[in-house]
Design a protein around this ligand. Structure first.
Ligand code: ZN
Length: 299
């Protein structure tokens, strides 16, 4: 990583000496000054996209960059670059794919202000890469597509593009990870499509086994009321929305309201790594179950 500054290298070195996980390492790198707040809309893939690409490639996954155009302002056009990695089904009879999404773009830099976007959404991307690592070599009854989207912050453009290109490919479920730092309320929140309602008990119990309290909703309004932020439309707030529009079942996982959201204080210092590790383990367990012969959702 020759591009990393000394300050980031010191942080990394300290983390590695303390036997920190790859999850912590990814968080340090994704939020570093060198990654410039992961801006969206650049003509060529940002270094954060290259970094994510490499991590999936290291695990032996088939990785592609899917570039797309989106409207910006009244007359402008931006370019986005999704990183799409596939962990292939390895049984004779494969079932429809599971798509995991996490947007890697954030607000970039404004003047000399650096927006690290630690919770939004380095956490989602780091957990997504951790899942791929943990599931390396696992028997999979369906493809897992890991989709690191770009231009989410500009209007969910990466997810919209991906869904528009699906064609005949059938998707069983979208799991969207956006802001997974659960420290403040000690609860992970989920909004899911109505067809997941009968699975709620099994999913909540699954997370309990990892000591993660899951508060699961099927109505955006109910979730907003519970979080005391009635103005937030959780259905349209993140990358699960284009999947919902395409009638694909979804579960969106997030930390709910974060006071540091879209401020320069959404930084590494605010992240509870112990809890993020628990979230990652529980999410890996869920994905493992959903890609096995018998799972918490279809059984
Ligand atoms: Zn976000």
């Amino acid at each position: 990583m020759p591009w990393l500054k000394t300050s980031t290298l010191i942080l990394l070195f300290t983390a590695l000496c303390a036997e920190a996980s790859t999850l912590t390492r990814d968080m340090i790198i994704l939020t570093s000054i060198e990654f410039e707040g992961r801006p969206s809309g650049a003509p060529t893939p940002h270094r954060s996209a290259h970094y994510i690409y490499k991590q999936f490639e290291k695990e032996g996954l088939a990785v592609e960059i899917h570039s797309f155009q989106f409207k910006q302002g009244f007359f402008g056009t931006g370019t986005g670059h999704n990183v799409v990695a596939t962990q292939s089904c390895n049984v004779a009879q494969c079932r429809p794919a599971l798509v995991i999404t996490a947007h890697y773009d954030h607000l970039g830099r404004k003047g000399n202000k650096h927006y690290p976007g630690a919770n939004d959404n380095a956490t989602g991307v780091a957990v997504m890469m951790d899942i791929a690592r943990q599931l390396k070599g696992a028997q999979l009854e369906r493809d897992i597509i890991y989709l690191a989207t770009d231009a989410e912050e500009r209007g969910l453009h990466g997810a919209k593009h991906f869904v528009s290109q699906l064609g005949e490919q059938s998707v069983f479920l979208n799991i969207n990870l956006d802001m997974l730092d659960i420290q403040k309320r000690n609860t992970l929140y989920a909004l899911a499509s109505f067809d997941m309602k009968s699975k709620k008990g099994a999913i909540v119990r699954h997370f309990e086994r990892y000591e993660v309290a899951l508060s699961m909703f099927f109505s955006s309004k109910r979730m907003a009321r519970r979080l005391n932020e009635p103005q937030i439309d959780w259905l349209r707030a993140s990358d699960h929305y284009p999947f919902y529009r395409a009638k694909i079942p979804f579960i969106y996982f997030g930390s709910g309201v974060d006071d540091n959201h879209h401020t320069i204080d959404d930084s590494l210092a605010e992240i509870n790594f112990e809890k993020l590790t628990l979230v990652s383990k529980s999410m890996t367990g869920l994905v493992r179950s959903l890609t096995a012969a018998s799972d918490v959702v279809t059984n």
